[in-house]
Design a protein around this ligand. Sequence first.
Ligand SMILES: *[C@@H]1O[C@H](CO)[C@@H](O)[C@H](O)[C@H]1NC(C)=O
Length: 159
Amino acid sequence: MKISLRYLLLPLLWAIGCAATPIGTAVLEKRTLQNFTAIGDKFYHIEETLRVNWFRASNICRQLGGFLVNLASEEELQALSRQLHPAQSYWLSLYDLAETGVYASQATGTNAQFLRWSAGQPDNIGGVEHCIQLWMSGSTFQMNDAQCEMPFHFVCESY
Ligand SMILES: *[C@@H]1O[C@H](CO)[C@@H](O)[C@H](O)[C@H]1NC(C)=O
């Protein structure tokens, strides 16, 4: 009796131990995707309720487990654009606060990989437009420089 009980208990304890260990890729993947939805090859959170300045948008993205979106290609812009509301504007991770005229991504820490300016932009009106948003220009979403303190919707991206 003793022996058979041990044979029953050991695999059970082993199974409990495994279940409690948060190592499996499935577990990690599920965590990464929390708060984000797949669009194209990436995972985004499109904030359609809050309108906040660029800095708050960046902080909220961090709280959600991501960062302000970095668009790396025309394909990514197209895929994301289909999910955005045409009458709204959305903050991106791009800014030129560190060096005027040099557009860097807060998401990557490097210069912008991809820029799609709308006609006449960036114009840095009043010398105070240092954060980049997507806005509807004609029939497509394109980039515009805006004042970082202004409240807009925003898009976060997850790892
Ligand atoms: C999802 O968002 C909530 C609210 O900000 C946050 O508490 C939670 O940690 C986020 N999930 C991840 C995986 O970061």
